[in-house]
Design a protein around this ligand. Structure first.
Ligand SMILES: C[S@@+](CC[C@H](N)C(=O)[O-])C[C@H]1O[C@@H](n2cnc3c(N)ncnc32)[C@H](O)[C@@H]1O
Length: 624
């Protein structure tokens, strides 16, 4: 979760120029109801001509110079061996130029070369195959693609295919602009590559795929009766300082699965790789197909595209360019309008308006918020997601006004595209969009790959977990998995709250910095390390003493287990921790009952368990 409001300048500077920004605050404070805020903001933006009057734009795709320069920038990064930056530039170029053009083919081929150097062979292969099958790539360069395809196939163990690709490479070599001497040398290099293929005999086996189906993650104690994405061993309770939270009703052990959740809504961020835009898929793919109309969203295949159209993309498509280029909070705008259109496509305008108009947070018992009429809390239910915590009272007037401006803008574009909204519903829909923006801003999670954010997601059930700077649960499995599994990483005794970490741990940051971080998310943190002001890792006790041993009769056992653990950390490679999870669980349990926190070996073991979980589950299937 992050907050980023600098784009507010887009609206505030114009209002300032019109000399009305100062009065806006005064006027807004007089208005009590959320829909009057929205209507006031709408009138203001219309009056000062801040809203556009047309959907026409100079089509970005028709600017060959722009896409060419993006590709050239990519080539500069490539030459400097900054491959991920090169991929980023090629991605931008691919979006800025029309498919079926030479520029597009060149960028995709160059991206495949960058992937090759990054060791991302599957992506490299997909790109290269895609280009080699098109007619747009310069024929004098095609031999290079076949060479790369051959190399990758060889690396991946597809030796027969590699040999065929090398043969095609030699066939197309005649077209290359290369001196005879260079061609001779090149042929020799290829014949060596072919003979290397001969040494490898078998095609690769799919052993890891088989493993995937062997083990299935299960919620500890089975599904919770009322909140099916949670374990039966937990319940929802209210606390004075943190609002709703999830508490253990039985002792929970490290490694136990406590939540398996699906996102209500998710959307790609395409800084690095492409992710399928369809809400129910979200797979990473390097050779996605464009939406043929807006060319701005990508899908694995036609099936995902058709499903996304039914989910609301048919309405979003005509305004996608504008939504993408609107100022806002890092891509949340896109997700917010996707959410609204998805709900509208499912329910129709009347039902949507009736539901959001009826919803009044203040009238619902907080512990029942998000539960349907038969007492179920389901992550795929609109109202469940719509009832997530937003603490409007903690939001500054500037931020609320900014969200209203974004909602006005988005609705305006929809209406310009022909989306019909009777006047009586405008305030209701606008207000709902402001709420959706706020919920997303407070509750979304960013999925990251190699430090680059690739998508935004909203998990309504996981959003019930409060934060602790010393989390006792954490995500397990590949962070890019659409389905999110949460596992206990420490023993959680009956009655204890289950907390995850929102991005700041006590081991790395002192209390002041942690509170500043939480204040950005608009709350004061009341977790144990903050209340008791635990020291950061550097100052954490690293020896057993009378000060930190809780159970004297166990002192010798704990001491010898600590010595064993230190030996373990020296002898086992971090990538193998997942094979020693049972040992790590038993060690953390011994410390948990016998040593006072914080204690450095406990924190080490905890970190190892969290890391191991993120590796081990990626080989498993999930039993929902
Ligand atoms: C994702 S929600 C968690 C569920 C929320 N407590 C509820 O009632 O729905 C995040 C909000 O919970 C509260 N919260 C989470 N962790 C907290 C903590 N460590 N201390 C105080 N409040 C916390 C804050 O109000 C925060 O904005």
């Amino acid at each position: 979760m992050t907050t980023e409001y600098r784009n507010f300048f887009h609206y505030s500077s114009r209002l300032n120029m019109a000399g009305v920004l100062g009065d806006v605050h005064v006027e807004l404070l007089k208005l009590k109801k959320a829909d009057s805020w929205f209507m006031f903001t709408r009138d203001l933006l219309l009056k000062h001509e801040i809203l556009t009057s047309t959907l026409d734009v100079n089509d970005e795709y028709d600017d060959p110079n722009k896409s060419k320069s993006l590709r050239k920038n990519g080539n500069v990064f490539f030459k400097a061996r900054l491959y991920w930056k090169a991929v980023d530039m090629y991605n931008r170029c691919l979006k800025a130029c029309k498919p079926n053009t030479e520029c597009h083919a060149l960028a995709q081929a160059n991206r495949s070369a960058a992937y090759f150097h990054m060791g991302q062979y599957e992506h490299c292969l997909k790109d290269a195959l895609c280009v080699v099958e098109s007619d747009n790539y310069p024929s004098n360069l095609v031999y290079k693609l076949h060479e790369r395809i051959g190399h990758v196939e060889h690396i991946l163990g597809y030796t027969e295919r590699a040999k065929k690709s090398y043969a095609l490479c030699l066939k197309r070599l005649d077209e290359a602009d290369m001196s005879a001497v260079k061609k001779r040398k090149f042929r020799m290099a290829i014949s060596i590559a072919v003979s290397n293929c001969e040494e490898v005999e078998e095609e690769p086996t799919k052993s890891t795929t088989t493993m995937e189906t062997l083990c299935v993650e299960q919620l500890v104690g089975g599904k919770n009766e009322n909140i099916p994405a949670l374990s039966a061993f937990v319940e929802l309770k209210l606390s004075e300082n943190m609002g709703r939270g999830v508490y253990a009703t039985c002792d929970i052990n490290p490694g136990d699965v406590v939540a398996i959740d699906e996102p209500y809504i998710c959307g790609p961020l395409s800084e690095f790789r492409e992710v399928c835009h369809y809400n129910g898929c979200m797979k990473i793919h390097s050779s996605l197909i464009h939406c043929p109309k807006c060319l701005l969203v990508f899908y694995c295949n036609k099936d995902c595209m058709n499903k996304d159209y039914k989910d609301g993309h048919n309405l979003l498509c005509p305004i996608m360019y504008h939504i993408k280029s609107r100022p806002g909070i890092t891509k949340i705008n896109e997700l917010a309008i996707k959410w609204f259109l998805r709900a509208y496509s499912k329910m129709g305008l009347k039902k949507y308006c009736a539901i959001v108009d009826n919803f009044s947070e203040s009238k619902i018992d907080p512990i029942k918020r998000g539960f349907d009429e038969i007492g179920q809390y389901k992550s795929d239910d609109f109202l469940t997601a719509y009832s997530l915590d937003i603490i409007v009272n903690e939001m500054s007037i500037d931020v609320l006004f900014f969200f209203n401006c974004i909602a006005v803008d988005m609705l305006h574009y929809l209406m310009l595209s022909g989306f019909k909204i009777p006047e009586c519903y405008i305030g209701i829909i606008g207000t709902s969009l402001v709420r959706i923006l706020t919920i997303l801003d407070l509750n979304y999670s960013k999925l990251k790959l190699d430090d680059l954010s690739i998508s935004l997601t909203l998990y309504p059930t996981i959003s019930l977990f409060n934060h602790s700077c010393d989390a006792n649960i954490s995500p397990s499995g590949n962070i890019l998995d659409r389905i999110r599994v949460m596992k206990a990483v420490q023993p959680i005794p009956k009655g204890t709250q289950l907390c995850c970490n929102y991005g700041i741990k006590f081991t790395a940051f002192n209390k002041e910095l942690r509170q500043q971080f939480c204040n950005l998310l608009r709350f004061n943190c009341y977790c144990e390390p903050c209340i008791k002001n635990w020291p950061i890792y550097h100052y954490t006790p690293n020896r057993l003493s009378t000060l930190n041993i809780l159970n004297y009769s166990m002192a010798d056992t704990v001491s010898s287990e600590c010595i064993k653990f230190v030996e373990f950390t020296k002898s086992v490679d971090s990538k193998d921790y997942c094979q020693h999870l049972n040992y790590l669980y038993s060690f953390i349990k011994i410390l948990n009952t016998n040593v006072k926190r914080p204690f450095s070996l406990y924190e080490d073991c905890l970190q190892m368990i969290s890391n191991a979980h993120s590796i081990s589950t990626s080989l498993k299937g999930i039993g929902l």
